[in-house]
Ligand binder design. Sequence first.
Ligand code: FEO
Length: 398
Amino acid sequence: LLPNIDWVGAIDWNVRDFHSYDTAHGATYNSYLVRDDANALIDAVKAPFFARFYRQTTELAPPESIRYLVCNHAEPDHSSALPLAVSAFPNAQIVVNKKCRDTLIRYYGGEAWNWRLVQTGDSISLGKRTLTFIETPMVHWPDSMMTYVPEDGLLFSMDAFGQHFAGTARFDDEADPGVIMGEAKTYYANIVAPHGKAVQRTLAKAGGLKLNLIATSHGVIWRRGVQAILSAYGDWAAHRMAPKVAVFYDSMWDSTGKIAEAVINGASVKGVETVLLHVRHNNLTRVATEFLDTAAFAFGSASLNNLPMPQAAAALVYLRGMNLPEKTGFAFGSYGWGGRGAPEYVEEQMKLAGWKISRPILKCPYLPTGDTLAEAEEAGKALAGIALQADREKRESK
Ligand code: FEO
């Protein structure tokens, strides 16, 4: 990617399930070789890809010449090849912060590995280039760290700014920018979103750096879009929302579906983006991505054994985990002879998530009447008003 800095990572073209994240475009596990007076590898790969990582590295530098193996993050998609790498590069110090070392020891043993502990502000001179370390806890794990090369304005940013995107393009300007930014948003929603405050602290640290390239651990390297991805992360981390209404639901005999459509019809006013997702016909990755920047939403489910439909319950749990309490919405759904069921459960979950409840539960026995559907349209229109207000507040906050 620069003279004497090469990508030696792996492309996982066909992975479609990354611990429940639906990776529609596959994934990469990026690793970089910096050749200088002393050679350094920045991150390893997932264990099944070790042979490729080793071959690419040793085609450029003999194994004995690798002096440093930086591990910016202990999660196994980057560290599971480390035990093999430690043996393969016998002269390498394993450069980590203390939390990362402790986590790696839990995973792989490794008490006797040749550790070199670093913390924020520490540097290692390779010769012409320097590696400077910045701890970024909770982006993505407590052990997460970035490595900066000041001579090039190059940030090895670990998971941050990444995208699950398999391809031979190494830079953002070599790929479809819409796809790349879409995958970056999906990645943020499904991996990074719960840690918005930590992202803001990281952005504050990165803001003081000259940044020409952001080399993430997943997907393409940001070159043309450095400012665009920093700005997008700023919006997402600050929970700045779009003028958007989303309706998520699961239905049994389409009663809840009819209410869902009436809500979205009511929300379809000028200036408001609308999204309607049946959570059983869409994966949770998509649901979370749409939820990330929606200002207002409704969540509905038919009642099954006095509880929500299973995938509705799963979606609620997943959305709660995103830790985005600024959302406003309401619960809706249908029920049968029990008189009480899914909508109450949905509202309880919404309250537990900290989401503001915009109106009482909208529910019906068996089949919605014309009055219920009219009320649903009105409720949708009210959500549109909330979304437009959130958009005005976003503009004022910028
Ligand atoms: Fe790509 Fe948090 O690991």
